[in-house]
Ligand binder design. Sequence first.
Ligand SMILES: [Zn+2]
Length: 294
Amino acid sequence: MEDYLVKSIYKDGLIRAFAVKATNVIAEAQERHDTWSSSTVALGRTMLGTMLLGANQKGEDKITVRINGNGSAGEILVDADAHGNVKGYISNPFVDLKRNDNGEVIVNQAVGNEGFLTVIKDMGLREPYAGQTPLISGEIAEDFTYYLTESEQIPSAVGLSVQLDAEDRVRVAGGFMVQVMPGATEETIQFIEERLQQLRAISELLTKDGKPEDLLDAIFGEGEYKALEQLPVQFHCDCSKEKFGRGIISLGVAEIHAIIEEDHGAEVVCQFCENKYQFSEEDLVALEKEATRE
Ligand SMILES: [Zn+2]
């Protein structure tokens, strides 16, 4: 089944909820980065949260989320846009922490909570918007909730889930974001809070043929909300040989010359998607020429 996100409103639009199922997207991230259990779940949850924030953007706006909690997994960096494209990177993909008794994956120690969740929104303006809140748990969903409520001042609830199978492959991945708009009554807020407290596990609601709509049904009640839009989501990296070529040019003539002399070529690996780009000696000589002109 294809991965997608659903945008919905409840009660005249005073409550907004987005739900996403992205099992394939997170499985692709795991495959590309060869992540182990804790790294898979930490990166996956951050990608889900960033997709939900990205879906709230407009047009060509882009959003970047950086989580740096001083844990063993290092930094997590995820980019998403309003069209359902997402790419992500974790500096240490090889963290595998489990509770002995039941194999439950430990995330907060891998992420750490001595640091920040930073959100950068590139809206095509000269200065991108940046907001930041301290990490409060390192479990990611709580950290997104705290960011939205504190930094963006929108009372929110975020749930993110990446469940692995016995071989630590991604079995199911999805999540939701519920936001209260100004004007919502105390009664409505209380109703939603109670529904969220009683919510079954996301992985249970989405397992097998579960859809994002099943999450929304569980949150608001079947038929109680209005679905506005379905947005396909996919792992997508916008890297290219040309882009990395410009990066090589920016190294400067002397540096490029040294690479030609020593290695007679170069291989560049994209940190977001692990695609490899080969630059032959000829390519490098051409780039050196361009660098001379700059
Ligand atoms: Zn790439």
